[in-house]
Write a protein that binds this ligand. Structure first.
Ligand SMILES: [Zn+2]
Length: 115
């Protein structure tokens, strides 16, 4: 059974759900169920996980877990390269970052591990 929230008016624990509304039998206060659900869904958003399943956040430091050949140049980002202050983006790649000696880069979360 899901946990029902206590009444926001009288703090009663005997609230029940009916037709998309939470209802308090003690003070007859009613409030919509969907409001709470929509708010938490928005907060959740997209979750980014590294190769080990750790949740990544803006500003995290990660290391590269595999040699990454750079498109259009001869460079390769080596395994173990530290990438500081990543920024998560919802695009064809997952991470915007800057790597010393390479400049602005785009990475995928599956090729990094959180430090
Ligand atoms: Zn109440």
């Amino acid at each position: 059974m899901s946990t029902l929230p206590a009444c926001s008016k009288c703090n009663s624990e005997y609230t029940y759900e009916d037709n998309g509304m939470y209802i308090c039998p003690e003070c007859a206060h009613e409030w919509p169920v969907q409001q709470a659900a929509a708010e938490s869904a928005e907060e959740g958003g997209k979750v980014y996980r590294d190769s080990a399943g750790n949740v990544l956040q803006d500003g995290d430091t990660v290391t590269v877990i595999k040699d990454l050949k750079l498109k259009g140049s001869a460079g390769t980002i080596k395994v173990g390269t530290k990438v500081k202050n990543i920024r998560l983006v919802d695009s064809d790649h997952d991470i915007d970052c800057k790597i010393d000696g390479f400049g602005a880069m785009s990475l995928k979360t599956e090729f990094v591990k959180k430090v």
